[in-house]
Design a protein around this ligand. Structure first.
Ligand code: BTN
Length: 241
């Protein structure tokens, strides 16, 4: 397995930004973990609530292939589901493209960012709600922590290790060997978005339809009322569970 080095901080603005600082120094295969983040961010530059108790970490990589970083997001999501199962015995699912949820409530979000230049890097940011007793009002209805489900305090270090080990297995075995089809196959067994009626919100429009599949570029295939199938490259979806 790819050897990695883990750096732990009490507080950071964002583990993503620290990873980018490390990339500038040419470092890679580095994990950055912070107990809290003051400027944690999610997709579409949204605020990511990062109080103490959660697992906030970024994996800095220098992959040979940076064509479809979405497969790194998919690998991370699979690793999170597996780690949660191993440590808590809970069954969680993946909602396209990057959420791990329990009964429709978001437990984990993943943000993969590329750094392109003379050398290319990728930063896979993972935010997992672990030991928070409650969540801010803004996300109370839509999110949950593992402790709120299990009533147990969990070992975030153990969870992190399990996620990282699982991630690097997929990274070494499939991502770096251009076997992304294998990642997609595994990811699909954890994803419960397919065959559901969904509402899609993209930057420019809102759509309703049935999620009928995922293509090889990790786009969601949405069948509209008029039977036309369109590709959703980026967006949020609402599913009724
Ligand atoms: C999302 O669902 O929108 C993605 C959320 C990603 C949050 C994580 S927490 C660790 C890393 N640092 C950040 O600032 N964001 C990611």
């Amino acid at each position: 397995m790819t050897p990695y080095k883990l750096y732990h901080f009490n507080s950071l603005a964002s583990t993503q930004d620290k990873a980018k600082e490390f990339a500038k120094k040419g470092m890679c295969n580095v994990i950055i973990v912070a107990d809290t983040q003051t400027k944690g961010r999610g997709r579409f530059k949204r605020k990511w609530f990062s109080a103490k108790g959660g697992l906030w970490m970024s994996i800095l990589l220098k992959p040979e292939n940076t064509q479809n970083l979405q497969y790194l997001t998919f690998s991370a999501a699979v690793s999170v589901v597996n780690a949660i199962k191993k440590i808590t015995n809970l069954n969680t699912s993946i909602k396209w493209p990057n959420d791990v949820h329990y009964k429709g409530k978001k437990l984990c979000g993943i943000l993969t960012e590329g750094i392109f230049g003379s050398e290319n890097f990728a930063v896979v940011g993972i935010g997992l709600n672990v030991n928070q007793n409650n969540l801010p009002n803004e996300i109370k209805k839509t999110a949950v922590s593992l402790k709120m489900i299990t009533n147990q305090n969990l070992d975030t270090k153990k969870l992190a290790k399990s996620i990282i080990d699982g991630f690097f297995i997929l990274y070494d075995k499939y991502y770096n060997r251009n076997k992304t089809d294998k990642i997609l196959k595994i990811w699909k067994t954890y994803c419960d978005t397919i065959n559901k009626n969904v509402r899609v919100i993209t930057k420019t429009k809102k759509l309703k339809g049935k999620a009928i599949g995922i293509d090889n570029d990790c786009n969601l295939l949405l069948k509209l009322k008029n039977n036309k199938v369109i590709k959703i490259v980026e967006g949020d979806i609402n599913v009724r569970y």
